[in-house]
Design a protein around this ligand. Structure first.
Ligand code: MG
Length: 317
């Protein structure tokens, strides 16, 4: 799953300033060499886009609201979003401040469907941060990143195995990660403008034009093949799950049911991440917000639900 916020900086500005909503907001460097970092969808209608010189954006959209940006605030919102990601996958690979890959391989038991899972994630991001995300789900990273972009803004696109070629073929080659202006031009010299044309291109001619390594990579991507794993940057030192109740719990059976549910989720995430835990910690917050944390060491490091559950029940009692 690839998750990407829509017009992130501009969206945060519109969130924080009611008077910016529905208007062309352009977050850009001011000054002679300033460039646009993000602009709202209202500004895109005027032809403004990121990486464009601010001076040009001013010409295209003189009525735009130009702001230099509050990067401390963007970082804050980003952290809140990544915290949500952690609840949806044990393997999160950040790509930038506002996008990440989430490995949801093998999580079928935790979701009604991948689509429902993505809808829940989008809803939670919107509810907790006010930001709209687009999601792409596909068999690999390359395709997931393409998918998240297909129906932006507020997109949710799934590319199943049997639809890969159909989705890819009509897209321009520059949609391929790493195909910039220069490579795009080289390919156009061979009459290759779409990914479909790239897939069907004569391989020898392709090698001659762009070199061995590149040709090989391009040919694979054009077929939708990509075996890079989702690679989290920092390995988690702890994995946890928590739940807040709308109404206080009173009976012990309910409490044990909750502990079991949490233990199963944590155990699952540990196993997915290939970890075992040596310590189990329980955090309990009461209706008046008094918070208790208690922890215990397991005899042997474990990722079994039952071990985690037993420890949690002991700690709870
Ligand atoms: Mg984005």
């Amino acid at each position: 799953m690839h998750v990407d916020m829509d017009a992130f900086y501009a969206s945060v500005e519109q969130l924080d300033h009611e008077e910016y909503r529905g208007k062309p907001v352009i977050v850009a460097g001011i000054g002679k060499r300033g460039v646009v970092s993000t602009c709202s969808y209202e500004a895109r209608k005027f032809g403004v886009h990121s990486a464009m010189p601010t001076a040009k954006a001013l010409k295209l959209c003189p009525q735009g609201i130009f702001v230099e940006g509050n990067f401390k605030r963007y970082g804050e919102v980003s952290r809140a979003i990544f915290k949500i990601f952690d609840d949806y996958s044990p393997l999160v690979e950040p790509l930038s401040i506002d996008e990440a890959f989430l490995d949801i391989t093998g999580m079928e038991n935790l979701m009604a469907s991948p689509k429902e899972y993505a809808q829940r994630l989008k809803a939670e991001i919107l509810e907790k941060t006010g930001i709209v995300a687009s999601v792409g789900i596909a068999p690999n990273k390359f395709l997931a990143k393409i998918a998240s972009d297909l129906e932006k803004p507020n997109g949710l696109t799934i590319i199943p195995h049997d639809k890969v070629q159909e989705c890819l073929d009509p897209l321009p080659v520059k949609r391929i990660w790493g195909v910039g202006a220069k490579l795009n031009h080289q390919l156009s010299l061979l009459g290759i403008n779409t990914i479909g044309q790239l897939r069907q291109a004569d391989y020898k001619r392709l090698v001659k034009q762009v070199g061995d390594n590149r040709a090989q990579k391009l040919a694979q991507l054009a077929q939708g093949l990509d075996d890079r794993p989702v690679a989290p940057r920092d390995k988690a030192k702890s994995i946890g799950h928590e739940v807040t109740f709308g109404e206080d719990l009173y009976c012990q059976e309910d409490e044990e049911q909750v502990l079991l549910d949490l233990a199963v989720r944590v155990g699952w995430r540990l196993r997915q991440a290939g970890f075992k835990a040596k310590t189990v910690q329980l955090k309990l917050r009461k209706g008046d917000f008094t918070t208790y944390t208690r922890q215990k060491q397991l005899y042997d490091a474990s990722n079994f639900d039952e071990d985690i559950f037993q420890a949690a029940v002991e700690l709870f009692r």
